[in-house]
Design a protein around this ligand. Structure first.
Ligand SMILES: [Mg+2]
Length: 243
């Protein structure tokens, strides 16, 4: 199936569902990925983090740039998270790595009053579920003026450095966020990385994919695990909550 067709199909599904779903009453648990979900992918913030990973790997293992980038990509492909692979295969200490890679400047991130307004319309609990560190999440959310909107930030340390989309990460997340077989259908999960929606959907969560070109093919393959989609977090929340 072509992407355009999928796109239309999902748009239709979103439109149809929007007319029949009362999102505010239907969902008690609103769970958001952080990077490229809460803030706009186009800011390039995550790209800068990724570049710092390459620098760290290059210096730490004494590699040239190409080999460092290769190792980074391979670990990501194999484990879903570069850091996870480096811990398992290279016995890397995660703390200094996380400290270094997240040391990017946040000048591009401005207070986002519109996002704050939308988040404040949600009746249920609001959580962050990220493969990054708590400190990074706090930096970003504080820069955007929305840190106080979230009750719990579930970070990579909380999941013992086991990252999305590993099923075990979701099990730990469920536990910490108080989700169980009875209430999981009251949860909705927002992500830009399409493959991270599959385990969530299999556990019974509703899923929202934030559209982006990197993940289009994957989203196409995984469309049965995607309930809703939209171009960015604010337009999606506005569609769900402004009525
Ligand atoms: Mg993300």
């Amino acid at each position: 199936m072509e992407w355009v067709q999928l796109y239309e199909e999902i748009q239709n599904k979103l439109m149809n569902n929007l007319q029949s779903i009362n999102f505010r009453n239907n969902y008690d648990y609103w769970i958001f990925d952080l990077d490229n979900t809460i803030y706009d992918f186009n800011l390039g913030l995550f790209r800068r983090i990724s570049q710092r990973m390459t620098i760290y790997i290059k210096d730490f293992f004494n590699l040239n740039h190409a080999d460092a980038l290769n190792l980074q990509k391979n670990m990501y492909k194999k484990y879903g998270l570069t850091l996870r692979g480096l811990i398992i295969e290279k016995k890397l200490n995660p703390e200094p790595f996380l400290e270094f890679v997240h040391d990017v400047d946040f000048d591009d991130l401005k207070k986002d009053h519109e996002l704050k307004r939308l988040l404040s319309k949600i009746n249920g609990q609001k959580y962050i579920y990220t493969n990054a560190s708590f400190k990074h999440a706090k930096n970003i959310l504080t820069s955007m003026g929305i840190f106080e909107e979230f009750e719990i930030i579930f970070d990579i340390k909380d999941s013992n450095y086991i990252a999305k989309p590993d099923h075990n990460s979701y099990i730990m997340m469920k536990e910490k966020l108080g989700l169980n077989d009875k209430n999981i259908n009251k949860s909705i999960f927002f992500e830009d990385t399409a493959k991270n929606l599959k385990p969530a959907s299999e556990l019974g969560m509703s899923t929202v994919w934030i559209e982006n070109d990197f993940n289009r093919e994957e989203a196409n393959l995984l469309k049965e695990y995607i309930n809703f989609t939209g171009s960015d977090i604010k337009s999606i929340l506005s569609n769900m909550l402004d009525y």
